[in-house]
Design a protein around this ligand. Structure first.
Ligand code: S3P
Length: 426
């Protein structure tokens, strides 16, 4: 696949359904009573991992592209899977399903691909063990494969050291099965889709500052779930529209939940022309159309509480910073080291290969932007967001970019290259 400079990037697009919300729709639908009907489902490899796992746990699920119907089994209707449950590349599937499996009266073995098998699972194993589950890691290293033996759970009040929606959600999902109130306090607010969706399925859940509490013995009811476009996918086209020399891009129907929308603030702080219109709320989630135009960008600092609200967007934000005049400092983002790849290394190495001035740090990077980028051989590390970020960088590169494994985008955005081509042709 060839990646070349373009002068003009114009058009109106939609992006696939939100990955986080699609996962949660399947999971809550599976353990609710009655039917759950999901529209706008993200038909990517990660969400398919979740769907297949719940099928293996005995749930009847029909998928037709972006539409999924789940015949919920209720809280206690899952059945033991035959063989291991395959998490594929999906950290969200692994950590969230662990919360549910911790309360089931059977044993489950969870395995994943090479990248996922190196990612830390202790962060969920510890609180779920405190609640009463027995969880062991085959290799004793706190990574997949793990075996979970469910038990009757006890509620806990847990202070998590990392701001992670996956950890928070695992505990809340387990808390649905524990008598009494389970609460989680995090150091900074992470995405709150589990909280919003649990409420709409009938759980008693409350948020106060950085603490979320859920009442156990919940009675969940299936419902309609309309999944908005994923801001993490929109981010690539937001940056593309801002950095290309004639950019004018509208992305319709994007989730702008404040716990996800940090990139909008960063674009504004860097001098980017970005406008939101048609704002509305669907299934408790804030949605808008986003319009961007070519902009003269300058550097900024990105740190502190905003980091969890844009953690997945940092690869493409770094590309934007390389195209902005002056210094951008990204810090407090050491979580990047344990994503689908070590993203601090992946971003820095690839930007350097394209001629940018980047210094990786323990918890982020410093980018002195504004120098022209040139073509390079990009190493994706099999990480979907690295591949997409550097496909966007290629739009402004002076020579051709070549990429290993460009198809890893299938994890979250199977039609990414087609959408990019559509914008180039206009
Ligand atoms: C996600 C939470 C984030 C994010 C991931 C999806 C979720 O991970 O990076 O892509 O759906 O809960 P962490 O919880 O590890 O921060």
């Amino acid at each position: 696949m060839e990646f070349r400079r373009v002068n003009s990037l114009k058009g109106v697009i939609t992006v696939p359904g939100d990955k986080s919300i699609s996962h949660r729709g399947i999971m809550l639908g599976a353990i609710s009573k009655g039917k759950t009907h999901i529209t706008g489902f993200l038909d990517g490899a990660d969400c398919r991992s979740t769907l297949h796992c719940f099928k293996k746990l005995g749930v009847e699920i029909d998928q037709h592209g972006y539409e999924v119907v789940i015949n919920g089994k209720g809280m206690y209707g899952l059945t033991e899977a035959y063989g291991s449950l395959d998490m594929g590349n999906s950290g969200t599937t692994t950590r969230l399903i662990s919360g549910i499996l911790s309360a089931q009266p059977f044993r489950s073995r969870l395995k994943g691909d090479d990248s996922l098998s190196q990612r830390p699972m202790k962060r969920v194993m510890e609180p779920l063990s405190l609640m009463g589950a027995t969880i062991t890691s085959d290799n004793g290293n706190g990574c997949l494969p793990i075996t979970i033996t469910g038990h009757g759970l006890q509620p806990i009040s847990y202070n998590t050291p990392v701001a992670s929606a996956q950890v928070k959600s695992a505990i809340l999902l387990a808390g649905l099965y524990a008598p009494g109130v389970t609460s989680v306090t995090e150091p900074a607010l992470s995405r709150n889709h589990t909280e919003l969706m649990l409420k709409s399925f009938g759980a008693e859940i409350e948020t106060e500052g950085l603490t979320v509490s859920v009442k156990g013995n919940a009675d969940l009811r299936g419902r309609e779930v309309e999944v908005p476009g994923d801001i993490s996918s929109a981010a690539f086209f937001i940056v593309a529209g801002l950095i290309s020399s004639h950019g004018d891009v509208t992305i319709k129907n994007v989730n702008i939940n404040p716990t996800r929308a940090g990139i909008i603030e960063v674009v504004r702080a860097m001098g980017g022309k970005i406008e939101l219109s048609n704002k509305r709320t669907v299934c408790g989630e804030d949605i808008a159309d986003i319009h961007v135009e070519t902009s003269a960008l300058h550097g900024t600092e990105i740190s502190g509480d905003i980091i969890p609200t844009l953690i997945d967007e940092i690869p493409v934000i770094a590309v934007m910073a390389a195209c902005a005049v002056g210094k951008t400092v990204i810090k407090d983002a050491s979580e990047l080291r344990v994503k689908e790849s070590d993203r601090i290394t992946a971003i820095s190495e690839n930007l350097k290969a394209m001629g940018a001035d980047v210094t990786p740090t323990a918890d982020g990077m410093i980018i002195n932007g504004g120098e022209p980028l040139h073509g390079a051989m990009i190493k994706t590390y099999g990480d979907h967001r690295i591949a997409m970020a550097f496909a966007i960088a290629s739009l402004v590169a002076e020579s051709e970019v070549i990429m290993d494994h460009p198809r890893c985008v299938d994890i979250s955005y199977p039609r990414f290259y087609e959408t990019l081509e559509e914008l180039k042709e206009k």
